[in-house]
Ligand binder design. Structure first.
Ligand SMILES: Cc1ncc(COP(=O)(O)O)c(C=O)c1O
Length: 386
């Protein structure tokens, strides 16, 4: 059987894949099994933030791999502790819990917030407010957090205690009056929901109320984190300090890792036995992540913002484009074309893009060379012109 037949026969039918078989990658380029080259503006859904087979990351990972690949959380190991220290010093948060995915990072955030609220306000204070059109993961609890009904069918009952609101100050205030709220969890830019940045007045008021009313503010930075928006974390663009920040995807550079960063108010909620993960803090993933986070510096972030301006300015000129939204290198494009069809046309012309709702979504590598970006945008424009 060829790979398509093998996959369709034996892999669970949960993805509608594009009809190519990727066999190799380098930087922002990938090749399929026919030797066709593609410029990748999707990076494995925001994961390979320094592209494919990045040499520095590869060296960090293989060096650790040659020492030991895993040891469990029964013992100390340097990469896990060092990565925690690096993230805390870059964010001002106090402690890190490591898991394997964005959904797990969010599960931990929800547990930490509910424990904080139960300790201070009683066990009936457990409601978590999240946003309509949000996406927080595929476990039954993070699906409950996800504010899109389309993901809820077939899996009822989901974990109770979640209320979804629009990101407006008035909906926030009413929901806080009507519920005993332990936490509010937001994506700074709702990625899967259509690349929708949060309004500034909403974020500022949410932050102010979280201090005034003593509920936990959780920023889900699984997609927006790690340099993607032109700042190390998306919340930094708004001048606020969440109590909990979750991240995954890009921080691993291609290896699975989830991180829940706990701020001052929640740093001590967990005690031994209250949370855990067999693979969490895996030394190979952590060694790779140390390399990735260390390289997200001012000069890289300035490059992200410059590349972003270039993409925005070229796409905004097109009459067939209805809107371009997002921040940094997380960009959504609404056009007259069907997004899925446009993505397929881009693929045929050698450019890989993503979609989110009715938009084309771009999450290119943060270091994509300018020449390749220019070529990919030329192709995208030729598709959008029809
Ligand atoms: C904002 C956000 N949160 C959580 C998740 C879930 O992450 P994972 O697929 O690693 O569990 C995603 C995945 O797309 C995401 O975009």
């Amino acid at each position: 059987m060829n790979v398509f037949e093998l996959d369709r026969t034996y892999v669970a039918n949960t993805y509608s894949r594009f009809p190519i078989n990727i066999v190799n990658g380098e930087g922002s380029l990938v090749w399929d099994d026919s030797g066709k080259e593609y410029i990748d503006l999707g990076t494995g859904i925001g994961v390979n933030i320094f592209g494919y087979s990045d040499k520095e990351w590869l060296a960090a990972v293989t060096d650790q791999l040659s020492r030991f690949q895993h040891t469990s959380n029964l013992y100390y190991s340097r990469p896990c502790a060092e990565l925690a220290g690096l993230l805390c010093s870059r964010t001002g948060l106090k402690k890190a819990f490591f898991s394997n995915s964005g959904a797990e990072a969010n599960e931990t955030a929800i547990k930490a917030a509910r424990k904080y609220a139960a300790d201070r306000k009683g066990s009936d204070c457990y409601t978590i407010l999240t946003l309509k059109n949000s996406f927080h993961g595929r476990t039954l609890t993070t699906l409950a957090a996800t504010g899109q009904e389309v993901f809820h069918s077939y899996f009822q009952p989901l974990t109770p205690g979640f209320v979804h609101i629009e990101p407006t100050v008035s909906e926030l205030r009413s929901a806080l009056c009507e519920n005993k709220v332990a936490a509010v969890m937001v994506e700074i830019i709702r990625g899967e929901g259509g690349v929708l940045p949060l309004p500034e007045d909403f974020v500022k008021e949410l932050y102010r109320l979280s201090r005034e009313q003593d509920f936990i503010l959780i920023a889900d930075e699984v997609q927006t984190g790690n340099g993607r928006t032109g700042s190390l974390y998306g919340y930094m663009n708004y001048g606020i300090q969440p109590d909990i920040v979750t991240t995954a995807k890009g921080i691993g550079g291609g290896l699975p890792i989830g991180v829940t960063l706990l701020g001052e108010r929640v740093e001590d909620v967990f005690t031994p036995g209250l949370n855990g993960s067999t693979f969490g803090g895996n030394p190979v993933s952590c060694a790779g992540a140390i390399n990735i986070v260390s390289r997200i510096d001012d000069s890289l972030l300035a490059g992200v913002r410059k590349k972003s301006e270039y993409i925005f300015s070229r796409l905004n000129e097109l009459p067939s484009v209805k809107s371009v939204c997002g921040m940094g290198l997380m960009i959504g494009i609404e056009s007259e074309l069907d997004a899925k069809q446009a993505a397929l046309s881009c693929l045929e012309r050698g450019v890989l893009v993503l979609t989110a709702k009715n938009k084309i979504r771009l999450l290119p590598a943060l270091n994509i060379p300018d020449g390749q970006l220019e070529r990919a945008v030329d192709t995208l424009i030729s598709v959008l012109k029809g």
